[in-house]
Design a protein around this ligand. Structure first.
Ligand SMILES: Cc1cc2nc3c(=O)[nH]c(=O)nc-3n(C[C@H](O)[C@H](O)[C@H](O)COP(=O)(O)OP(=O)(O)OC[C@H]3O[C@@H](n4cnc5c(N)ncnc54)[C@H](O)[C@@H]3O)c2cc1C
Length: 443
């Protein structure tokens, strides 16, 4: 049953919401002061995001949450960009060794990441209230009044909007959400397909599919690293993922992602096989066979960031994390990473704020402290989100080029650049999320 009041209400039990609760606990907030709700009757058992980068692992380690996640995932040393069997460039993650204890990209399904965070919360006595869908929220003298679909109303001092890209909390707090370059709300604009210079179709739907592969797997498809192939079909991501825990055969799952077939209503093995064959560029007997599609989905790339990540509503405070605060292309696997890092930071700041809130300080001193700490959080996280939006737009544009001339020119440029370790190491650095000045901790 939902409590009548709480100190921190986290709306959304996706990776960002769960991680924010873990961070609050790690920074000394008591389980009884945290309430987590989610609209869904059960967690989504879908892989969705599959990569966790070094800075995110560092942040998870700082709240004691990295160990089981690191143990479960594959440690990918490289993200290779290939034209058939030729490696054009590769993000060289081992080059991060002097800056992080995690010099790799961790390949793990989002469902596993969520499950491991959930287990940590359960052990510490935090339950997820489901299904509890927030429908309304108003500021009051002492906080916020939050209403649920079932008719319950809860008082909360702080509300964390971790409720995804169509965030109800963001809308109820009247925080605009828009593409930083066009100023448009991605959920408001019509999905008209547009063709941009050099044939890149910015609204073309993309496919993601988790599959089992059979037959021969050639050496050009790494069983431990991220593989991205460029071909006339655009890009094809082939990423190995740990076997499902309940699979007695322990079969490696492969995440495939590529452009959807124009006009097609469903994702078929035939289409995936066609793109795989063209991407790998080897005879049939050396090309893996798409054996089983375990899960698949189609989505369109959207980019947007909230105008601010915190808002005061009368005596209450709302803060945003994860997709509620920013969305962008999945290129480079940044989405969930940014959200987890927001959540770790917000947990730390809210823990400090709740401590100060319980002192004898004056109301105006408390208000000033909240404005200072959450204002800094908002500025820092928002500028990171804008950086990531820029980087992922560029990557999406480069991988989506369609004309033969543009593709050939791009491949030559990448091949030339990929001959220098400076570029390959720099690429790993950008993807990792590490900041200048970071040093690996002594183990
Ligand atoms: C098909 C698909 C594929 C993706 N692939 C990738 C990928 O390859 N790489 C990558 O980095 N990212 C990928 N993403 C994005 C990644 O999944 C998100 O960045 C990540 O899930 C964001 O986490 P979150 O916790 O912010 O939000 P979410 O995971 O969206 O969780 C939000 C939660 O809030 C709950 N909620 C919503 N509204 C309410 C309400 N009113 N009241 C209560 N609860 C509510 C929802 O039920 C949900 O559980 C993909 C997303 C999708 C949909």
């Amino acid at each position: 049953m939902l409590p009548e009041s709480t100190t921190v209400l986290i709306v959304g039990a996706g990776p960002a919401g769960l991680c924010c609760a873990v961070s609050l606990l790690a920074h000394g907030v008591k389980p009884a002061d945290i309430t987590v709700v989610d609209a869904q009757p059960a967690g989504l058992n879908l892989s969705r995001a599959i990569v966790i980068h070094a800075q995110t692992l560092e942040d998870l380690a700082s709240i004691g949450a990295a160990e089981p996640i690191v143990a479960r995932g594959f440690h990918s040393k490289y993200m290779r960009i290939q034209a058939q069997t030729t490696v054009l460039a590769r993000a060289n993650f081992p080059s991060l060794e002097s800056y992080t204890q995690f010099p790799y990209a961790l390949l793990i399904s989002q469902a596993d990441t969520e499950q491991l965070l959930l287990e940590k919360l359960k052990k510490q006595g935090v339950v997820i209230h489901r299904p509890c869908k927030v429908t309304d929220m108003h500021g009051s003298d002492d906080g916020l009044r939050v209403a649920f679909e079932g008719g319950e109303v809860m008082r909360a001092r702080f509300v964390v909007g971790a409720d995804g890209s169509r965030s109800t909390i963001r809308k109820l707090a009247n925080i605009p959400f828009r593409d930083p370059s066009t100023g448009k709300d991605p959920h408001g604009q019509s999905q008209v397909e547009t063709t941009e210079p050099y044939g890149f179709n910015s609204f073309a739907p993309l496919i993601i599919a988790d599959v089992y592969l059979a037959g021969h797997i050639p050496p050009s498809v790494s069983l431990t690293d991220l593989n991205t192939f460029m071909s006339q079909y655009g890009y094809l991501l082939v990423a190995p993922l740990p076997a499902a825990l309940d699979d007695p055969e322990g079969r490696t799952i492969f995440r495939l992602s590529c452009a959807a077939e124009p006009g097609a209503k469903e994702i078929t093995k035939a289409r995936l096989q066609q793109v795989l064959k063209a991407s790998i560029g080897l005879p049939d007997e050396q090309t893996p066979i798409i054996d089983t599609i375990l899960w698949s989905s189609t989505f369109r790339v959207k980019s947007a960031v909230a105008d601010k990540f915190f808002q005061r509503l009368a005596g209450g405070v709302v803060a945003l994390v994860g997709d509620a605060a920013h969305v962008h292309s999945p290129a480079g696997g940044q989405g969930m990473n940014l959200g987890l890092r927001d959540a770790v930071r917000l947990g730390e700041i809210l823990a400090d704020i709740t401590r100060f809130d319980n002192t004898d300080a004056t109301v105006s001193a408390k208000r000033a402290y909240i404005a200072e700490r959450l204002g800094a959080f908002s500025d820092e996280r928002r500028s990171m989100a804008i950086e990531v939006i820029k980087m992922t737009k560029l990557l999406t544009w480069m991988t989506g080029l369609q004309s033969v001339f543009a593709r050939t020119a791009r491949n030559i440029i990448w091949w030339l650049m990929g001959r220098t370790s400076l570029v390959n190491n720099g690429f790993a650095w950008r993807l990792s999320g590490l900041r200048p000045g970071t040093k690996a901790k002594q183990q």
